[in-house]
Design a protein around this ligand. Structure first.
Ligand code: NAG
Ligand code: NAG
Ligand code: NAG
Ligand code: NAG
Ligand code: NAG
Length: 311
């Protein structure tokens, strides 16, 4: 069978036929975002009539040191062979069959995982045999910061916590806007999730002075991406709502709603049945949102705030 051909024989055979049959890679290195789909491609010569029955393709992930290569996808004499496909790739790896007649062996991996990163060998046997290597890097943005504020009255201490997931490991920086000398301690730890992502948690413990503003920043060095979460203690103690970013979001949202709704209202008023309800309903939605934010930022209790950072 194709996959159990004696390696030595194959190497010799490859050496002999390489002059006539070469596999080429248009792109040597791919970078995929965690959870996305990636296609990796190698090319082989198809002269004249394409005959699928003569084609065998093997995609293998070489794995880290001392690990056995993982079979990603195998086509043997035109037939898909999934019997030995590694469990990590089951249901996620496929060959784009339409591309084969053009001489493209395109491997698609869906829902990319951190463990998919590595070196892939694309081996083609079609009137000759050859192979090339392609590397795949996987990165995951730290998209969301979950923030927590805990006030311990008896110790007059505040503990701010930021938590997020991504890959590779992010560095966490804390900033105090006023640049005062505050006695703070930072504790950053991480665990690995079952998906191989880094679950990073960082806590800042301090005794507050005046109204300082605090923020945590997750820096993904590989992606050169930064996301931050801003705590505003002045806002918290006054129990007045709104993270800056949320206000920045709510105000334009209300504006957009007003802009979208006003022509409708004008249009409806011109008709004989004015419907002021529409505007009222929208308005209520916005103020409702703001009220929810106020509640979230109540200072004396343990609050969990979730922010979506999409930009
Ligand atoms: C990835 O591919 C699958 C299957 O082809 C498709 O259902 C899904 O929408 C794709 N996802 C993305 C993010 O393109
Ligand atoms: C900072 O706090 C720690 C423990 O809370 C304490 O041991 C240390 O002396 C403090 N340092 C200063 C400069 O206040
Ligand atoms: C840091 O946090 C972890 C987990 O919460 C805890 O186990 C560890 O003792 C903390 N380290 C310090 C120095 O506070
Ligand atoms: C990440 O860690 C936090 C606490 O450190 C935990 O509450 C959360 O469930 C973890 N998330 C995942 C996906 O493991
Ligand atoms: C904290 O941030 C708020 C809003 O972002 C700002 O109005 C205020 O001046 C800041 N306070 C300090 C002490 O920097």
């Amino acid at each position: 069978m194709f996959r159990i051909l004696p390696i030595l024989l194959l190497e010799v055979q490859l050496y002999l036929v390489r002059a006539f049959f070469t596999v080429e890679v248009p792109q040597q290195k791919y970078i995929a975002e965690y959870g996305s789909n990636v296609t990796m491609e190698c090319r082989f010569p198809v002269d004249g009539q394409f005959n699928l029955k003569d084609l065998s393709v093997s995609w293998e992930q070489q794995g880290l040191t001392e690990q056995k290569p993982k079979e990603v996808y195998t086509l043997h004499k035109g037939e898909e062979v999934l019997k030995f496909q590694h469990i990590d790739y089951r249901g996620r790896a496929t060959l784009l069959h339409d591309e084969l007649k053009l001489g493209y062996s395109v491997l698609q991996i869906t829902s990319v995982k951190v463990l998919d990163a590595g070196t892939y060998r694309c081996l083609i046997d079609y009137k000759g045999a050859d192979y090339k290597y392609i590397t795949l890097d996987v990165k995951a943005s730290y998209r969301r910061i979950y923030a927590q504020i805990v006030h311990e009255p008896e110790e007059e201490e505040w503990v701010l916590t930021c938590q997020s997931e991504g890959f590779p490991l992010a560095e966490v920086f804390w900033q105090i806007e006023k640049n005062q000398k505050v006695n703070v301690s930072v504790n950053t730890t991480y665990t690995l999730t079952t998906d191989g992502l880094c679950n990073v948690t960082s806590s800042l413990t301090f005794k507050p002075h005046a109204n300082e503003n605090y923020s945590c920043t997750f820096w993904n060095k590989e992606l050169d991406e930064e996301i931050s979460y801003h705590f505003s203690l002045s806002q918290m103690s006054a129990s007045v709502g709104g993270k800056k970013s949320l206000i920045l979001f709510i105000i334009p949202t209300c504006l957009i709603v007003v802009i979208l709704v006003s022509p409708l209202i004008i249009f409806l008023r011109r008709k004989s049945f004015p419907k002021p309800h529409a505007k009222k309903a929208k308005k209520r939605k916005c103020s409702q949102l703001e009220k929810e934010e106020n509640r979230d930022l109540h200072p004396q209790t343990q609050d969990l705030i979730m922010i979506n950072v999409t930009d």
